[in-house]
Design a binder for this molecule. Structure first.
Ligand code: ADP
Ligand code: MG
Ligand code: ZN
Length: 573
């Protein structure tokens, strides 16, 4: 096979050439980019020089070039281990279009195809070979690698070795043998999931203790993070868009197909043009809606999380969540689709008691063993902690990815400085109501009914069960309905109360007992009445300052928000 022209300056009969210049040349001539981004240059030079590397970089940060360029510069074939079998053909096609000689080996191939790729590898006719991790378990694959020359091993999506992660692949555990069997071949492990725990596991399991670490910042300074109490999500979303993002492109995430459809229709009826996107739509409608979103200015797409993989639209001005994501990783990836162009953008979410109940129920009824459920639970707990925090959301988000920083000054918690209050007594009231129903009546109920009992509401359900005769009936008239729901939500988030079964009934936990009987104190977050109260309609605000319709308390907040936007926009030039 002919060596493409682009490499003429790079691989002179297999000998390493002036490395930095060669890498730059490959970047320019093969990939068509003028310069490396962020840490790419350093990473590439390190690996070209034969060093091991661990690369933590957010999705879209440009991890692929970190191994593709060294694979082209170093003599031999770059072997890429990737769990994304479905994408291998696309990746190989994209590389081929650039004149890079690439192939893949996975279980979806016919033996003939596989043999052809193997022959190319042995003959040194490939630059990159993508390998499914399960192939490495086979001695035949290891023997194959011995028959050719390996330039480097790239382990993509390296977090798959983590048994606590959401993407664990048992085959990744076998990858430690790469180092034992080929100690002289440099290895580069890459991931966008970088919690401290995952990082340690990657280093340990892949034997990368001596590897140089490259940790890119996960901060997205042009995104403003806001999480608000959910009451009428559709209405809140409409208000948010009209007040802050009229005419902007945005993505709205919902959990169910049904709410995707309803929300898209609601927005469109109310003057915000929106299209739905979910796996239940036929592929033509989906493709058409996606194409419109990419092409048109200011279209809103309402979608399930099926939407977004590989969407690279730079000017998405807001990402809204009407339902709680299952993990902080998910939240980060989804909100990360806003503001790729660096201009000010908003990550906005509403969240309430029903979200917690629903997610806990989903975990209970999920397939898989106890360990798997525990993982899901840990992911949800981290997400809830982000929702309930009284400190800076950005700081908390970055801390999750192992990065420290100072309060950002522009997320909703920085702007509103929510306080904590001593919620021990209300917590005890809720818990003892749940306890009494169980002990005295052998009954369990959902949050709504518990609140009715606390408020002393003599509704039919209460009367039917004689719950007005309970000692706890009406002990909670000091708080309003929404406040009780907030208390219960936070108790659930803190693990001081649990949800059980298909009906989502409330049950006590070990920790509930500490509150009831051992004097454990409960700190709760004071709910902001409304974090940012936007103008009702653009018309109402006409001729007045944009803050004219805000309650006085909200005016400074709104002004601060505008200042931040202006400043961020200016920084971007
Ligand atoms: P990741 O694997 O980290 O999610 P990719 O490697 O898929 O990211 O890269 C994301 C996008 O960024 C791709 O479209 C890629 O071509 C582009 N990209 C990466 N590095 C550069 C660069 N140095 N200059 C311009 N574009 C780049
Ligand atoms: Mg990638
Ligand atoms: Zn902040």
């Amino acid at each position: 096979m002919e060596t493409p022209d682009a490499f003429a300056a790079v691989t002179t009969d297999g000998a390493p050439v002036a490395e930095s210049g060669a890498a730059q040349e490959v970047l320019r001539r093969v990939f068509g980019y003028d310069s490396f981004r962020g840490d790419q240059r350093e990473i590439v030079e390190h690996v070209v020089g034969g060093g091991d590397a661990l690369v933590l970089m957010p999705t879209g940060g440009g991890k692929s070039l970190c191994y593709q360029v060294p694979a082209l510069v170093r003599p031999g074939v770059g072997v890429v281990v990737s769990p994304l079998i479905a994408l291998m053909q696309d990746q190989v096609d994209a590389l081929s279009a650039l004149g890079v000689r690439a192939g893949f080996l996975n279980s979806t191939q016919f033996p003939d195809e596989r043999r052809m790729v193997e022959a190319q590898f042995v003959a040194g006719e490939l630059d990159l070979l993508y390998l499914a991790p399960e192939r490495l378990r086979l001695e035949s694959s290891a023997a194959l690698l011995d028959r050719g020359k390996v330039a480097l091993f790239a382990i993509d999506e390296a977090h798959c070795v983590s048994q606590w992660g959401h993407d664990f692949r048992p085959d990744y555990l076998g990858l430690s043998m790469l180092h034992e069997r080929w100690p002289d071949v440099p290895r580069i492990a890459l991931t966008a999931t970088a919690t401290a725990k995952t990082r340690d596991e990657i280093i340990e399991r892949l034997d990368l203790g001596a590897a140089r670490r490259f940790v890119a910042s996960f901060d997205r300074p042009n995104i403003q993070y806001r999480i608000e109490p959910k009451n009428r999500p559709d209405r809140q979303l409409l208000d948010f868009i009209k007040a802050e993002h009229a005419g902007d492109a945005g993505i709205v995430y919902c959990l169910s197909r049904n709410s995707v459809e309803k929300t898209a229709a609601f927005l469109t009826e109310n003057g915000v043009e929106a299209v739905p996107y979910h796996a239940g739509l036929d592929s033509r409608t989906r493709a058409a809606n996606q194409a419109r979103f990419l092409r048109e200015d200011g279209l809103v797409v309402v979608a399930t999380i099926a939407f977004g993989m590989g969407i690279d639209k730079p000017d998405v001005r807001f990402v809204a969540h009407l339902d709680l994501p299952k993990s902080v990783e998910g939240y980060y990836q989804e909100t990360g689709r806003a503001g790729r162009d660096g201009l000010p953008s908003t990550a906005w979410m509403v969240y309430g008691l029903a979200d917690v109940v629903q997610q806990r129920k989903m975990i209970d009824s999920s397939d898989g063993d106890a360990t798997h459920r525990r993982q899901l639970q840990l992911h949800l707990d981290a997400m809830l902690a982000l929702c309930e925090t009284v400190s800076c959301r950005r700081t908390q988000l970055l801390a999750y990815f192992g990065q420290s920083g100072q309060s950002c000054g522009n997320c909703d918690t920085c702007l509103t400085a929510p306080e904590t209050w001593d919620g021990t007594v209300p917590a005890q009231k809720v818990l003892s109501t749940v306890l009494r129903l169980k002990r005295e009546r052998g009954q369990s109920f959902g949050a709504g009914h518990i609140v009715d009992i606390l408020l002393g509401k003599s509704n039919p359900k209460v009367l039917q069960h004689d719950h007005h005769e309970l000692k706890v009936f009406g002990i909670g008239t000091d708080l309003r309905d929404v406040e009780w729901r907030g208390v219960i939500r936070q108790l659930l988030a803190q693990g001081l109360l649990a949800v059980h079964g298909d009906y989502g009934v409330l049950i006590l936990t070990e920790a509930s007992n500490e509150v009831l009987f051992d004097g454990r104190e409960v700190l709760l977050r004071r709910e902001p009445e409304r974090a940012v109260k936007p103008a009702r309609t653009p018309k109402a605000a006409k001729g007045k300052s944009p803050a004219a319709d805000l309650s006085t308390a909200d005016v400074p907040l709104f002004e601060k928000l505008r200042e931040w936007r202006a400043a961020t926009a200016k920084e971007q030039g």
